[in-house]
Design a binder for this molecule. Sequence first.
Ligand SMILES: NC(=O)c1ccc[n+]([C@@H]2O[C@H](COP(=O)([O-])OP(=O)(O)OC[C@H]3O[C@@H](n4cnc5c(N)ncnc54)[C@H](OP(=O)(O)O)[C@@H]3O)[C@@H](O)[C@H]2O)c1
Length: 295
Amino acid sequence: MTEDAPASRPSRRPTLVVGAGFLGARVAARQAADAAHPVLATTRSGHWSGPSDPPPGVTLQRLNIIEDSDDVIQRTVSEVGAAVICVATGGHQDREQLYIAGARRVVASLNGNECRRVVYVSSTSALADRDGPVDELATAWPTSARGRVQREAEQAVQQAAQAHGIPCLVLRLGGLYGPGRGIGRIYRQRRPDAMPGDGWQATNLIHVEDAATAVLAALAAPSEVEGIVHVCDDDHRPRRALYERAALCRGRPPPRWEQPQPVNQAPRGKIVENNKLKRLLGVQLAFPCHVVELD
Ligand SMILES: NC(=O)c1ccc[n+]([C@@H]2O[C@H](COP(=O)([O-])OP(=O)(O)OC[C@H]3O[C@@H](n4cnc5c(N)ncnc54)[C@H](OP(=O)(O)O)[C@@H]3O)[C@@H](O)[C@H]2O)c1
């Protein structure tokens, strides 16, 4: 943002991206470049996760939404015109503290008069386990502790945003893959002995660039668009088929499984539908089928 830009114009207030990691860094860069919009990106460490420095238009700041005081969070976020929250624990932080309490603190610190949109990045783990298609109307809660925390976080963010009168969209993402997090790694990291089970489970994945497109579409959505949107590939081929393709791409033999492939049986597990993503947010997937990235 230039110094003489009129700060009172909401459209020129920076977009906040809390958690500029694998996904968030792309969202920040594309919001700054494609939408020519200033971005305030934060990470816990204060380091940019991309290959170089933050691109033009992106200001990077350190922010810890668990440990920093309410004052620090308030000072950081109170001037923004829209907010994206896409933090992840990295495996060593308390899930409830980060996803529920931390996200709620951020939204509670936003300025309801200036902030026109909250986008909370959640996970398909917030959905109950079931076999077959599942859309955004599904109400059942997951049984896993991990999934229940995500579901509670969604509600906490929605309630905090509503209390401030800020439109809120929750994006439930499938497993993220893309450059630097290739599906091919799954094959490379497999054990030398047979894989457990039969691998006949539906996959729910999303390429990181398509996930970023979904976040940008959510940011640009009219204020009356609220609720939950699933962000998943069209492709739900079972894990077994995915591993086989990854192996093929590497010129390796397909992995062995402990159990044979079921005959005439649909894959087990949920198939997370993405119709609303296309219909409501107008997102066209660049990678509707899984791409076997080799890195
Ligand atoms: N990865 C998946 O397969 C997957 C699947 C479904 C949904 N999602 C969701 O997608 C989003 C992005 O995931 P990702 O893989 O891009 O995550 P990531 O690469 O691990 O990045 C996480 C970001 O959160 C920041 N962060 C962590 N703890 C924080 C704290 N206490 N306070 C403030 N910032 C903190 C990190 O900063 P530092 O790097 O400095 O620690 C980093 O910028 C998350 O909301 C995640 O739940 C991911």
